[in-house]
Write a protein that binds this ligand. Structure first.
Ligand SMILES: CCC[C@H](O)CC(=O)SCCNC(=O)CCNC(=O)[C@H](O)C(C)(C)COP(=O)([O-])OP(=O)([O-])OC[C@H]1O[C@@H](n2cnc3c(N)ncnc32)[C@H](O)[C@@H]1OP(=O)([O-])[O-]
Length: 694
């Protein structure tokens, strides 16, 4: 609810963390009180900065808490204590400082505001008044009557175009040792015009005319009179009395009701209830995503034991998630069942069973029978044909892919896979559900692997070919990490688990008993194939979860990757078995072969109309694979390198490795070079086949 950290060795930085607007809920007030106590008692701390997370200082008191009894520390004494403290406190205001948020800023000794920040007291719209000293302090600061601009009025001490928090920290360092007395707004005297009574009478008349019968604005005028005529301690008492009258009035209840009703009305949605079939890691994450946004969820498993394990894990995840967000866990939204018949009334189903087409088809046939005709049927397959599933249902137009990425409740990307028969309404519903769950949703076409996984294959293939040719996992990872990835391809694979890819390769006949015994070594289905990943898996090494994969780890689930002599040995034996003379491979070659192969597949995807535009591919890679943001994504990176150079290098590498089709430059890349290399935003104009939905 508030983060406390020491910056520049002597400034305590208190960041309010209560999304979406950092409202000062009881938990936030409690955290501020605790942090201030820490800051004031720590001799190393000489100044304090208060700011809000995610570009919003504070949207005021948490209006949702108004309905219940006051919990946590009351605001007035908390704010008084901040003002009275002996260390300078600076408010760093970005976004909004409204109501109680503005009152918090007013008790700080200095205020730094971003030029776009909005400060104000909207309390009257809720039927109350700023009752944490707001009416008393603001008037002492700017006098009566007041005009508009905050800096001129002296509300803020500095307006900045930079990051307000960084500016405030520097400001705080300069404020140390300066006297604080004159900075305590409650100690100031309100500047009054000589004709105060006449002025307030005139304003009262205006208010009565403009808002007849409305209590809060009139109470505000009385509070202004108190600020003008009474000392602070009496004025704040008066403010409190006025608030008590308003707070319990029907007008305040009605206005606060309107505040939430307006927002609720805007939340019309087709999807109120959903079902998740399969409570493995993925299914559990998806169920949590749905419940987090208030959708009731029926969670289905095939066996009692699996259902019970899934239930306990989902509850654990929900409780941890709710604790982190300072809300109560939405357990009541869940129902757990073994029967698909319980899904007859849900609005949407997400199937997350094992990646097996026959099994998925059985599930979709069954859903088709039990669900009402308007229910959307979604699959979380990571690459199987969505249209083949649509084909076994009675409603192919209501079938769509919703491809989440693991861990589903954390990863931002959602690929919405549009089958040829998915209706526009179905796709739009899946896209908006993704947005509602806080995902970055991208519509993609229905091809094997869709966009992310289809592109990942040539990227990983290049990395394993480089291993054959003489590189080590750590050398390849280092080159990619130097490029900007948080993790190189092998460390990332160890984290994700190597067994899934192994199973997919087996199923597609690339290894195991289905392999043609006549096929030459290191070739499968007419192209180059590296056997090393299969050999690693055959040793039971599936990555971090088994304590070993491309690297070794100190324990199962360990994260500290160390080069493994066993892998070195395996590589050497492999190379000598197949007569490969290892060579020195430069970092440039590693980066070019991995990334140009990745982008080349991206061009292929655009050419096939499986992504609408290069921006979509880049967003998929930014949010679905941690592509370094400062490189813009694989397609933008290719454009920065220069398409002509990318084409030349791909031609060079393809000549050297003619049995690797992914290195053969895509026709779209050639077209773009031939027609004068248009900017990324214009590539779409050169794509011939466009998926009807994209
Ligand atoms: C002793 C105490 C004295 C003190 O003086 C009293 C006060 O401070 S009274 C308070 C004085 N402060 C005010 O009167 C400010 C009231 N708030 C606003 O004016 C606008 O929300 C704001 C301009 C901040 C953002 O506008 P925008 O970007 O168009 O976004 P949006 O409007 O759609 O809101 C997004 C979400 O945030 C939620 N939420 C927002 N504020 C609060 C809150 N204080 N609390 C709880 N929740 C709040 C809102 O419900 C919505 O939730 P959901 O679940 O997503 O529907």
């Amino acid at each position: 609810m508030a983060r406390y950290e020491l910056v520049k060795r002597s400034v305590a930085l208190i960041t309010l963390t209560n999304p979406p607007v950092n409202a000062s809920s009881s938990a936030v007030r409690h955290a501020i009180a605790k942090s201030m106590k820490c800051a004031l008692s720590d001799p190393e701390v000489t100044a304090v900065v208060i700011c809000g997370e995610n570009g919003s200082f504070c949207g005021g008191a948490d209006i949702r808490e108004f309905a219940g009894p006051l919990k946590g520390p009351p605001l007035v004494p908390l704010l008084d204590a901040i003002e009275a403290g002996e260390k300078p406190v600076v408010a760093a205001i970005e976004g909004v400082a409204l109501g109680g948020g503005f009152e918090l800023a007013l008790v700080c000794h200095y205020r730094i505001a971003h030029s776009k920040a909005r400060l104000g007291f909207p309390e009257v719209t809720l039927g109350i008044l700023p009752a944490a000293g707001g009416t008393q302090r603001l008037l002492r600061l700017i006098g009566i009557p007041a005009a508009a601009i905050s800096l001129k009025l002296g509300i803020v001490d500095q307006v900045t175009e930079q990051n307000a928090c960084e500016v405030a920290v520097e400001f705080a360092l300069r404020a140390v040792a300066k006297p604080l007395l004159s900075r305590r707004v409650s100690m100031l005297t309100t500047r009054c015009p000589p004709d105060l009574d006449a002025l307030l009478d005139a304003v009262t008349m205006q208010v009565k005319k403009k808002a007849p019968g409305v209590m809060a604005p009139l109470a505000c005028i009385q509070a202004v009179r108190a600020a003008a005529t009474m000392p602070y301690y009496k004025g704040i008492k008066r403010e409190g009395e006025l608030m008590a009258t308003l707070f319990n009035s029907g007008q305040a209840w009605a206005l606060q009701y309107c505040f939430f009703a307006q927002r609720t009305a805007g939340k019309w949605t087709l999807i109120r209830s959903a079902a998740v079939i399969g409570l493995g890691t993925m299914g559990r994450g998806i169920a949590v995503c749905l419940a987090r946004v208030g959708i009731s969820v029926i969670a289905v498993e095939s066996e009692k034991k699996l259902l019970e394990t899934g239930r306990q894990m989902v509850i654990g995840m929900l409780e941890r998630d709710a604790k982190r967000r300072g809300v109560s866990a939405s357990l009541n939204l869940f129902k757990f069942t073994l029967s698909l018949h319980d899904l007859k009334d849900v609005d949407l189903v997400i199937e997350v069973v094992f990646e097996d087409m026959a099994l998925k088809k059985r599930v979709f046939q069954e859903l088709s029978k039990v669900c009402r005709p308007a229910t959307l049927l979604c699959t979380n397959t990571s690459g199987l044909d969505v249209d083949a599933l649509a084909g076994v249902t009675d409603r192919p137009h209501l079938v769509v892919g919703m491809h989440f990425f693991s861990p589903a409740h954390v990863m931002k990307l959602l690929e919405v896979v549009c089958g040829p028969r998915s209706s526009s309404e179905t796709i739009a519903t899946a896209m908006s559900l993704g947005k509602r769950m806080g995902k970055v949703s991208v519509a993609v076409g229905n091809c094997p692997g869709f966009v992310r996984n289809r592109m990942l294959k040539p990227y990983i293939d290049q990395a394993t070919f480089l291993l054959e040719e003489g590189a080590t996992p750590e050398q390849i990872d280092k080159a990619l990490e130097d490029f900007g990835f948080a993790m190189g391809v092998f460390r990332m694979s160890d984290l994700a688990g190597l067994d899934v890819g192994w199973r997919v390769r087996k199923e597609s006949g690339l290894n195991g008993s289905d392999v043609d015994p006549e096929s030459p070594p290191r070739r499968r289905q007419g192209r180059r194939y590296c056997l090393i990943p299969d050999m690693v898996c055959e040793q039971g090494r599936f990555g971090q979860k088994t304590g070993g994969g491309w690297y070794m780890y100190d324990k199962r689930g360990g994260t500290n990757a160390k080069p493994d002599p066993l892998i070195q040995n395996l590589l050497e034996t492999y190379r000598s078995k197949y007569g490969i003379q290892p060579r020195n491979i430069s970092n440039q070659e590693i980066v070019e072969r991995c990334l140009f192969a990745l982008a080349n597949e991206g061009f292929g995807i655009l050419e096939d109309g499986m992504a609408a535009r290069p921006e979509d591919i880049d967003v998929i890679y930014l949010f679905g694979y941690g592509f370094p943001r400062h490189r813009g994504g694989p397609m933008f990176y290719a454009s920065m390198v220069g398409l002509e150079r990318v084409l030349k290098r791909l031609e060079h590498y393809h000549q050297a490795h003619p049995d690797v089709p992914h290195l053969k430059p895509s026709p779209l890349l050639k077209t773009l070079v031939a027609c004068g290399i248009p900017p990324v935003q214009k590539w779409r104009e050169h794509i011939k086949t466009m998926h009807s939905h994209l």
